[in-house]
Design a protein around this ligand. Structure first.
Ligand SMILES: [Zn+2]
Length: 404
């Protein structure tokens, strides 16, 4: 049994930290007890910072790690898609895999214990299978031509077979309304829901909303110019269009876990519609990615007051300078200073654990769990993050895979 103490211990069983607290754990990393120190000064191992559970990164595309530093910022969604298409095949395979391995290690060392990770190909599978960092892999599909649906889904199921052969939890998932035919959106959603987990890029930009509501805007023009089909103009938000396509899989209510990624343009009717239909709906905030592409942030206060369950993700190095949960939390803290740090931390740890159905193992420093223990340092006098704050893993996590 080991025991470590720190100025603050965030168990995340409540929002407030224990001041001058300790965590005791066994050699498997299983938490045995947590509490306030009776004599802090006499604790053998004391850290000047906060002990927190391992993070759950709710949205990443680790396979795009080779794209770090290649993108122009603030281009909006249409410009971003042009850049990704131009850059996708510019890097040798060994360099791509080496980048994935390096960033998986960095994520782990900085305290990420689990991750919802998007894959369009098999590049990251072997690295993820060998990593102690638990991942659920979302095999994302695109395709604007309805006649391509069988071939696209067949490709996704082939990828699922190779991921599962390596022991990964993986299933297909839809990408976003603007890259898919309505038929493919429904077919891939059906595959995701039958696996129990769906992750979907939703309402990421004003351009996406204009496309669906009015059939105009830069993204719409780009697609038309490229001779691609565009989604139907519905006169309503892109989120409502997604909910309509889901109804074609099966009617609400939904017991499956559904993660809406970004939601920069989410409005109150959208929040109410999500709450009415889903028993386990989650929103993944990726604030630094939103600033990188759109110079915009999601309506976090409104989401919070509507009772949306929030998670936090880094997105990929194509739209972020780093994969660092502390920087994402700091961005939220700076832009929404009225939200307590303990609550932002809850989104970064327990929110993602609940989405992945791993809250019995991860997300809080509770006796019996194996969440990993992470130190966040360089806090200010009020225990909040500063520009100098970093995180590092002190204790490993242990997570069971869902598949035998
Ligand atoms: Zn993404």
């Amino acid at each position: 049994m080991e025991r470590i103490a720190a100025k603050y211990v965030y168990t995340l069983e409540g929002k407030d930290p224990i001041v001058e607290g300790y965590v005791a754990f066994d050699d498997t990393g299983c938490i045995r007890s947590v509490g306030p120190c009776t004599d802090y000064a006499s604790e053998a191992v004391r850290y000047d910072g906060a002990l927190v559970p391992g993070f759950v990164n709710a949205h990443c595309h680790v396979e795009l790690s080779y794209m770090k530093g290649l993108f122009r910022k603030g281009t909006g969604m249409a410009g971003f898609i042009d850049q990704i298409n131009a850059l996708r095949d510019t890097c040798p395979q060994e360099e791509k895999v080496a980048g994935i391995a390096r960033w998986m290690q960095t994520l782990w060392d900085r305290g990420v214990s689990a991750m919802a990770d998007i894959s369009n190909c098999a590049d990251s599978f072997a690295v993820k299978a060998a990593s102690p960092l638990y991942t659920r892999t979302f095999l994302e599909v695109f395709g604007t031509e309805p006649q391509d649906v069988p071939a696209v889904m067949e490709g996704a199921f082939r990828l699922q077979d190779s991921a599962r052969a390596l022991g990964l939890d993986a299933a297909p998932t839809p990408h976003a309304c603007y890259t898919m035919s309505p038929e493919l959106l429904t077919a891939s959603s059906a595959a995701a829901l039958s696996a129990g987990f769906l992750s979907y890029h939703s309402e990421e930009s004003e351009e996406e909303e204009m496309m669906l509501r009015y059939g105009n805007g830069p993204m719409y023009e780009n697609r038309v110019k490229a001779g691609m089909r565009t989604p139907p103009v519905t006169g309503d938000s892109s989120l409502m269009y997604f909910l309509d396509r889901l109804e074609k899989v099966h009617p609400a209510p939904y017991d499956e876990h559904v993660l809406l990624v970004h939601e920069v343009c989410m409005d109150r009717p959208g929040m109410e519609a999500v709450k009415a239909r889903f028993r386990h709906a989650f929103v993944a905030l990726c604030p630094l990615s939103n600033i990188f592409i759109h110079r915009a942030l999601p309506p976090v206060r409104e989401m919070r007051s509507a009772g949306m369950r929030l998670c936090l993700g880094t997105d990929s190095l194509s739209s972020n300078d780093d994969l660092d949960m502390v920087r994402e939390m700091f961005c939220l803290q700076e832009n929404f200073p009225d939200i307590p740090f303990g609550e932002i931390l809850d989104w970064a740890c327990l929110g993602g654990a609940e989405f992945l159905s791993k809250e019995d193992e991860l997300g809080t420093l509770s006796p019996g769990k194996h969440p990993g223990i992470v130190l966040i340092d360089h806090l200010d006098r009020d225990g909040r993050l500063t520009t100098a704050s970093t995180s590092r893993r002190l204790v490993a996590s242990a997570v069971r895979r869902d598949r035998p």
